[in-house]
Design a protein around this ligand. Structure first.
Ligand code: BG6
Length: 795
């Protein structure tokens, strides 16, 4: 078999100097033979992009001393798949720089070097491995490496990786590179599992996880652009100058033909968790000293991931195009009653918790069936100039930098900088400035108002990345740490949205403004009321949606009940009313807050909607605390800090965490932490009577950290005590019954179906503090109000 050698010699003899963009890079393979195997070689991706990309690689590299062989692998037998493979191969087109004659020659050789190989069983892989090695011996050539491109569903990865590891590893000294296409998991734990499985067969440096956005010319130049223009950008790349960042991928296509995949993933997993998130990190990460230092780039990216503020469902709006459900019913063989909640549109707001970007909104949005195909990242700067007359003059216009990935009005990739910002420097000779334009507008501004940079030659993302794989350039691929950090960030939102009905939209221009969304504090909501397209069935058919707030009596005290969101709205309003009254009357509001998950929604509501709350005159106290450092995630104070305190403007000295950690130890009696807290209450709170104490109630009837069976009488006249919980961490510090019962108002918040049993039981039991500490809550001269949502009340 002299196929490889002949093809190479022929080309070497005829091909004159190549355009050498594959310059030697660190870690570049030694010259020799490269076997390329596309597993899934007759699939859609291979036909559309991969063979084209490998052909470009071949055309550009063959004269540099490498020889190649190409295999399209698949499950079908040879006779069936070979014609399909060759049909795809015949369709490849030459790079522009090749002359017609050379193109014909290179293409002919490329076809000769390609074969189909059935890859169904372990034996098939063994046979392939044997063949690859034999070919080298027969032809007396040195091996440079083996490249396996897995263009198959992710569930097959682990098995294939194992087979490659067992039977297809290259000869000594040659490299193995295994390329993986997304999806890399479905959420954090599945991604972790997949990484562990792959890790048993492949080394990290052998895995190349593709995100084709990193191969887009504009995306790959974000860091070089930032570096090259740092003298202009450094002073303005921060929250003081940036109004917001928008990262947008609009598509006109639907998901037809891909529903079995798409319906399990949806828009957030399909493009936001990966493509748009990658762009976000490139825009916001600290600039590495060396842009091609993979480790430094990763370190800086991970810093961004660890500073991303937790997302909950209020940070996102989701939609689904109207025909989607029909497509799902058809492609998944579902009945007419089946409704998919998979979003095909999402608008999400992200914040990064570092001083440089604090409170600066970053919008990530994408959708199928929108009005146009367009992808871009826009940095919109604040304009501090007030134009009195000449609004059309350049300095009155929006100041923005647009990383334009392609399509849209412009139809080519470009980086655009408003002329009222600065004139950008070119990153390298592969980019040029365009000064002659056709008359188009880009994001609301005529193109003549921008400086426009564009690549001299446009290249397909896959071709670019395939070249990087060949060169061993790992900086354009997703490392395991990067992947897990991204899933770690997105998973809570995905879980939070899992049961949310997306807004239905008709698709295309008919969507009008129904998907527009607005940013309100940390919340994102659709800007316009929903057009009623959602049927009762689609909503889950409960039919009892009512937004009334009901008032009544519970355990002979006042009770307010409503659906969860309404209840929180009401409780937050009651709190604000108490605060305003207290401040009006005495200049201070003393509020004691509990931990647990029920008040989280309240904290978020207060942080996002109650801008007129008198925080400046409010003192926040803790009802109870776990004996753990205040920085730990299960500290009540930490929860309160993360969800409320850090978002409101309140003097630090008005915040009173419980002193559970003293002398480098936790809750030790002799350290007198409880006494210290009591002394502060006595000194600062008028008559030691809090204006409002917010409590919860546990499944066992405990409240604050007062648990069944603990001798509550033993606390005597103390206001604060060390207590024991049956659950970990056992040690607690808590306000006593006395401290709570002398408050002016005590609210008990009970939410969720899981509390229904408890609510029913408590409604029947007599006061029995030893068994049900919550029944001992009887304010001596204040009010007790139960806030119970319908889920807990009605089950
Ligand atoms: C893919 C998604 O990763 O990216 C597709 O699976 C999406 O759903 C595509 O259409 C968008 O890529 P591009 O390059 O067309 O913007």
């Amino acid at each position: 078999m002299w196929k490889v050698v002949w093809a190479t010699l022929l080309l070497l003899a005829t091909v004159c100097a190549q355009r050498g963009y594959a310059k030697e890079t660190k870690g570049a393979p030694k010259v020799g033979h490269v076997s390329v195997v596309i597993v899934g070689g007759t699939g859609d991706l291979a036909k559309k992009y991969l063979w084209q990309g490998f052909f470009h690689l071949y055309a550009n590299q063959v004269s540099s001393g490498y020889s190649f062989s190409f295999y399209g692998g698949g499950l079908s037998p040879n006779d069936k798949a070979t014609p399909i493979l060759f049909e795809a191969l015949k369709g490849v087109v030459c790079p522009r720089e090749l002359s017609v004659e050379r193109c014909a020659l290179v293409k002919e050789q490329f076809l000769k070097l390609a074969d189909y190989w059935q890859l169904k069983t372990s034996e098939d892989y063994q046979a392939l491995g044997k063949h690859l090695t034999e070919q080298l011996t027969q032809e007396g050539i040195v091996e440079a490496g083996r490249l396996f491109y897995l263009s198959v569903p992710a569930f097959a990865y682990a098995d294939i990786a194992e087979r490659i590891n067992n039977s297809c590893r290259p000869t000594d000294g040659a490299w193995l590179r295994v390329v993986l296409e997304k999806p890399f998991g479905h959420d954090f734990s599945s991604a972790q599992l997949l990484s562990t499985q792959l890790g048993t067969s492949l080394k990290d440096e052998e895995m190349y996880r593709i995100d084709h956005y990193l191969g887009k010319q504009v995306v790959s130049k974000i860091l070089p652009f930032r570096r090259e223009n740092s003298k202009h950008l450094d002073p303005i790349w921060n929250k003081h100058h940036i109004e917001r960042v928008e990262i947008v991928l609009k598509e006109t296509l639907d998901a037809r033909g891909r529903i079995p995949f798409y319906d399990q993933y949806g828009v957030i997993r399909d493009v936001i968790q990966n493509h748009l998130t990658e762009v976000m990190t490139l825009l916001t990460m600290g600039l590495p000293a060396n842009l091609s230092d993979v480790k430094e780039v990763l370190r800086n990216k991970l810093k961004i991931f660890s500073a991303l503020q937790h997302l909950d469902r209020n940070c996102a709006t989701i939609g689904q195009y109207q025909n989607y459900n029909l497509e799902v019913q058809e492609e998944l063989n579902k009945t007419k009653e089946y409704y998919s909640l998979t979003p095909t549109f999402a608008g999400i707001m992200v914040h990064i918790d570092i001083a440089q970007y604090e409170k600066m909104p970053i919008i990530l949005t994408s959708g199928k069936m929108l009005d146009e195909r367009l992808g871009y990242a826009r940095i919109l700067f604040k304009n501090d100039i007030f134009c009195v007359q000449s609004h059309s003059s350049v300095h009155c216009k929006p100041k923005q930098i647009v990383f334009y990935f392609g399509h849209g009005t412009l139809q080519y990739p470009a980086i655009l900088v408003s002329k009222n910002l600065f004139k950008p420097d070119l990153m390298d000779t592969e980019w040029k400035e365009i000064t002659e334009h056709k008359d188009v507008s880009v994001l609301g501004m005529p193109i003549s108002d921008y400086y426009v940079l564009t690549p001299t030659v446009q290249r397909e993302a896959y071709a670019e990345l395939i070249l990087h794989i060949f060169q061993g350039r790992k900086d354009s691929f997703i490392s395991t740490e990067n992947l897990l950090a991204s899933w770690g960030f997105w998973t809570p939102l995905l879980h939070g949205l899992a049961k949310t009905s997306p807004r239905l939209y008709p698709g295309g221009a008919d969507n009008g403004n129904m998907l527009d969304f607005k940013l309100l504090g940390r919340e994102v909501t659709f800007a316009n009321e929903a057009v009623v397209m959602i049927t009762q069935d689609h909503m889950g058919g409960s039919g009892t949606e009512s937004f009334q707030v009901m008032q009544g009596k519970y355990r002979s005290a006042e009770m307010v009940s409503a659906w969860p969101e309404e209840l929180i709205v009401r409780l937050a309003a009651d709190l604000q009313a108490s605060a305003e009254k207290a401040v009006r009357e005495g200049g201070r509001f003393h509020l004691a807050l509990s931990g647990g998950s029920s008040p989280l929604a309240l904290f978020q509501r207060l942080a996002r909607h109650h801008y007129s709350f008198p925080w400046r005159d409010t003192h926040v106290w803790m009802v109870d605390e776990r004996c753990v450092p205040l920085t730990e995630l299960d500290s009540n104070f930490r929860t309160l800090h993360d969800h409320l305190l850090q978002h409101v403007k309140m003097p630090y000295f008005n915040i009173h965490p419980m002193p559970v950690q003293m002398n480098q130890r936790l809750c030790v009696e002799e350290d007198s932490g409880a006494l210290l807290y009591e002394r502060d209450i006595n000194q600062l709170v008028n008559a030691s009577s809090f204006h409002f104490v917010l409590l919860g109630v546990g499944y066992d009837g405990h409240t604050a950290s007062l648990f069944p069976g603990s001798k509550l009488d033993a606390h005597g006249d103390s206001l604060v005590a060390l207590t024991e919980s049956p659950a970990k961490p056992h040690q607690r510090m808590s306000l006593t019954l006395r401290a709570i019962n002398q408050a002016q108002k005590v609210g008990v918040l009970v939410m969720g179906k899981s509390k229904h049993e408890l609510v029913t039981q408590l409604s029947r039991v007599k006061d029995n503090p030893n068994k049900w500490p919550i029944t001992a809550i009887r304010p001596t001269s204040g009010r007790l109000v139960w806030y119970i949502d319908y889920d807990a009340l009605l089950g």
